[in-house]
Design a protein around this ligand. Structure first.
Ligand SMILES: O=C(O)c1cc(=O)[nH]c(=O)n1[C@@H]1O[C@H](COP(=O)(O)O)[C@@H](O)[C@H]1O
Length: 243
């Protein structure tokens, strides 16, 4: 894919958010992609129409899939849900950190206990959605800045045994200091300079996000809604050479 030899095809940093309304559009789009250039994220919209077989098909095609269903429920329900996700062969799955320690520990234990899955997915927790600002947090009773809340929830996720968190890249630098180098920081709200912000609030460019300490970048509309999606992906990958 990339002509830049520093680009690591074994560890693509961009997770393309396949936020399509139907599986045909998503499949047409995926046909243009290569698993060495990106990983794929399937979220609630596409999963609701395309389902587990679609996800399994992406896995069969060789893509690492982040199943982004943001589970937030009682521990038993979430434990069973992450096991079902793992059986689809996904690379990463997420829960909401606001579900609390018992829920996250149950999810982790459920994955550890799975005997019939060869490759267990990474389990990460959403901290504060990138579409939220301090006033939105205050309205739901969370005091402090988004960064305060992200740091607190990330600590909770780490001490509950999770592999990482979803946060904004704006929190990645302080978070990296707190959680060390092995904890995965997945950052949506990525906007190459000049692209539309849409409903995101806490944004950063791809290079800024990696410099701040992100492990992986979730990019949706700047790629999928572009007139030239592959060119945008290629440009981002080129800009990330060496990370
Ligand atoms: O968990 C996520 O992936 C997620 C968490 C978050 O805080 N913010 C966020 O935007 N996302 C997802 O990341 C993607 C961002 O898409 P774009 O805004 O189009 O780049 C969407 O699929 C969101 O559901």
């Amino acid at each position: 894919m990339s002509t830049n030899t520093l680009f690591d095809v074994n560890d693509p940093k961009v997770l393309v958010a396949l936020d399509f309304a139907n599986s045909n559009d998503a499949l047409e789009f995926v046909k243009t992609l290569n698993s060495s250039a990106c990983r794929l994220k399937v979220g609630k919209e596409l999963f609701a129409v395309a389902g587990p077989n679609f996800v399994k098909d992406l896995v069969k095609q060789g893509f690492d899939v982040f199943l982004d269903l943001k589970y937030h429920d009682i521990p038993n329900t979430v434990a069973k849900a992450v096991q079902a996700a793992a059986r689809m062969g996904v690379w990463m799955v997420n829960v909401h950190a606001l579900g609390g320690r018992k829920m996250m520990q149950a999810a982790k234990l459920a994955l550890d206990e799975l005997a019939d899955v060869e490759r267990k997915p990474l389990l990460i927790a959403v901290t504060v959605l990138t579409s939220m600002e301090q006033e939105d947090l205050a309205e739901i009773g969370l005091q402090g800045t988004p960064e305060d809340n992200v740091l607190r929830l990330a600590s909770l996720a780490q001490s509950s045994g999770l592999d990482g968190v979803v946060c904004s890249a704006q929190e990645a630098a302080p978070l990296r200091k707190l959680v060390g180098s092995d904890f995965c920081l997945v950052t949506p709200g990525i906007r190459p300079s000049g692209s539309a912000v849409n409903d995101q609030k806490r944004i950063m460019t791809p290079v800024e996000a990696m410099t701040a300490g992100s492990s992986y970048l979730v990019v949706g509309r700047p790629i999928t809604q572009s007139a030239e999606p592959l060119a945008v992906l290629e440009q981002i990958n080129q800009s990330l050479a060496g990370y």
